[in-house]
Design a protein around this ligand. Structure first.
Ligand SMILES: Cc1cc2nc3c(=O)[nH]c(=O)nc-3n(C[C@H](O)[C@H](O)[C@H](O)COP(=O)(O)O)c2cc1C
Length: 405
């Protein structure tokens, strides 16, 4: 469906070439000061035409706040966010009357609905993500003001160009021995703890490691010159998240986060914490021992768990990685078949991203903010409901609770 969330509910609408795209956000707390500029900043980071590494489709993507706000303050009622589609060129897609584009959503939408938008990707287009980014910016403002929560995503690979192994993981992990070192290096933990949006945006590729960013750029330019495309990964860190978020068992925090991330167009993979690399490290090295922090709180010495245990946040940084495929639309001719099965060759026209990851960074951040916002409202409602009961002064003698730090 087109709605995500329980108490912070985001419904997006719109197709690639209709009049407008946007979202209705229901459940935003009243009293939040909100200006269009709070939302526009992230929309500008998502918009096309930012560099020669992205599609040249020229959209201003200016947000119009239609409801739910008066004098710059949220009313607690549904907030409607509208962005006009201005630079449509439906004729770029006329061949797609005959051909379902390989690895696009044309064939499956037609199979499902028996009808489909006549041009562009319709609902499956990345234009849909505008509503998510706008809604995520609202959640982000609340999270920052109320909890000091920070969400920063960055490009961690393009094709086979990754952040160097010294930054991500020590090379000795190549050996399958029990004394393998940590799969995540101290340098990478440091990067996750400190990386800022300014650092990420200092290069159009949005990788905070300048030398790697240059190599990634060359890789995308190579794909573009070959009339081809290339994929990549985005890593995201969420800092200052309170413990206790996540709803076992089916709505575990990482399950909901994975759901949110894998709903972004072109995503193919999701991992949290040590992810697939964690499978190569013995339990004795993979466990996160507890330590008493300077502020008296219990924390963990390492953070292989990625800030989530038993589907519930533990107060450590949450970090995860998402894999994006190489965009389906390429200008070189591909052998394929028409809807009626006639073999043929299709070379895409139109304006396309040779690699989606630089533009997907704010989309990942937005979906992360929407997940946290929803989970926070759920946990706060549970705590509020419990706090309204008369206090339990004596527990049954057999029920012993551990004393907390
Ligand atoms: C920011 C962003 C930009 C995208 N731009 C393109 C593009 O220019 N060309 C393309 O073929 N796919 C692009 N995509 C991906 C398609 O929307 C997506 O692959 C397609 O709808 C099929 O859906 P699926 O890959 O999720 O199965 C983009 C995705 C994102 C997140």
């Amino acid at each position: 469906m087109s709605t995500f969330g329980h108490l912070f509910r985001v419904t997006t609408y719109g197709e690639s070439h209709c009049a407008s795209v946007g979202a209705i956000v229901d459940g935003c707390p009243p009293g939040l000061t909100l200006e269009p500029s709070d939302i526009q900043a992230q929309l500008n980071r998502r918009r096309p035409g930012q560099s020669n590494l992205t599609t040249p489709r020229d959209e201003k993507d200016l947000v119009h706040l239609q409801s739910g706000i008066e004098y710059g303050v949220t009313l607690g009622t549904p907030i409607s966010l509208l962005v006009k589609n201005e630079d449509q060129r439906p004729h770029d897609y006329s061949e797609t009357d005959l051909y379902p584009r390989p690895s696009h959503a044309d064939y499956t939408y037609l199979e499902k609905y028996g009808i489909k938008a006549s041009s562009g990707g319709g609902r499956s287009s990345a234009r849909e993500t505008i509503g998510r980014v706008a809604a995520g910016a609202i959640a982000e403002k609340y999270l920052k003001l109320a909890y000091g929560i920070e969400v920063v995503a960055f490009v961690s690979s393009v094709g086979k160009i990754h952040l160097p192994s010294t930054v991500v993981s020590p090379s000795s992990n190549d050996a399958d021995t029990d004394d393998a070192q940590d799969a995540i290096s101290e340098d990478f933990r440091q990067l996750l703890a400190t990386v800022t949006r300014e650092q990420v945006d200092s290069h159009p590729i949005r990788c905070p490691h300048p030398e790697t960013a240059e190599l990634m750029t060359q890789r995308i330019v190579r794909a573009k010159e070959a009339m081809d495309s290339i994929g990549g990964t985005i890593t995201c860190v969420i800092r200052n998240v309170p413990s206790g978020l996540g709803e076992p068992v089916f709505d575990k925090f990482e399950a909901t986060l994975g759901h949110a991330m894998l709903s972004i167009p072109a995503t193919k993979a999701f991992e949290i914490g040590s992810g697939f690399k964690g499978t190569e490290v013995p339990g004795s090295k993979h466990n996160d021992p507890f330590v008493k922090r300077d502020d008296g709180r219990l924390g963990t010495k390492s953070n292989w768990s990625g800030g989530v245990q038993g589907g519930i946040t533990n107060g450590e940084d949450i970090y995860f990685r998402i894999g994006f495929k190489s965009p389906a639309t390429i200008s070189q001719a591909q052998d394929t078949a028409q809807y009626d099965g006639t073999p043929g060759s299709l070379a895409a026209r139109g304006r396309h991203d040779p690699c989606v990851v630089p533009r997907a960074v704010p989309i990942v951040e937005a979906m992360a903010c929407i997940v946290i916002m929803d989970q926070l409202l759920i946990q706060n409602s549970r705590k509020t409901a419990a706090s309204l009961l008369p206090p339990v002064t004596t527990l049954p003698s057999t029920m012993v609770l551990p004393k907390k730090a």
